[in-house]
Design a binder for this molecule. Sequence first.
Ligand code: CA
Length: 350
Amino acid sequence: MKKTLFFALPLGLSLLLSPAAFAAQDSQPKYEPRVAAHRGASGYLPEHTIPAKTMAHALNPDYIEQDVIMTKDGVLMVMHDPQLDTTTDVAKKFPNRHRDDGKYYAVDFTLPEIETLTVTERFDPKTGKAVFPNRFPTDSGIGFRVPKFEDELKLIQGLNKSTGKDVGVYVEVKEPAFHAREGKDITKAVIDMLDKYGYNSPDAKSILQIFDYDAVKAARDKGWKGELAMLVTKGGQHLTDDKKTHAWLMTPEGMADVAKYATIYAPGFTLLAEPTADGYKITELADLARKNGMKVHSWTLRKDQPWPGFKDTKQELDAAFKEIKLDGLFSDFPDVVVEYLEENGLRPKE
Ligand code: CA
């Protein structure tokens, strides 16, 4: 009798315990890093055009990126620079409309004016030469256009419907302080548009990203409920001098502070893997961000422009996903990252 009990109890206990034990195992989050198509499939077609976004969707990223600026008449458009010089023919069409610095600011042009511009592959306005010489020709003569932000959201939702996929949006508010000086609350406008299309929730497939620390904080007051990425770079923003704030965001104090608002810490990759005399060195930054409860995303993998300290794309991807264990990576070539993750068992095959 004693003997039977001895055996029966552990068996009963193990039967009782095992479902709980399995449940605990299941609740362990699997490491499945996310891929963001940087400015669309910008390695293959001119950045931030509808064709580049359409191709990106076909390459199966988790997210497609939008950089958002605002026109003089308050329309949100998808474009990387607040100036129109480096990706459009604005200097030919509106030769006298530049500011004193010689640049053409989108905020000085109306929607009907911007809609007349032709977008090309990125070029140096001084020389006219392509920034990435092996990409789509700058002289194709194809009438690519600057898309409205709203149209791009409709495009992605339409493609999700017609393909049965669930590709998300990863939306950057460009230069909020500059837009504020121009009398425009671009952060609020972007949040309202995302809200209109069902993206304003922590469960939605959407991420808001901003380089401006004050705007990251303000995004919560302006109603943003979803994932929020603090972009970090040594140089700070282009049109507002906030280098000191970015240096602070890399300290334990700054990190703890921004973690109250941001769910994702997103520094440029060279801040996570610094170049050294004979290669690269992983910094403490990713660990520090995780200790503060944030995920770590980074940018930008380009197979035609390796990060300093790296030999090739394979070495970059190994560092990103096997050493730093990034939670997400932007790439101009999203297919390259998707393929790597699939081959390394970090992403289910399509
Ligand atoms: Ca961006």
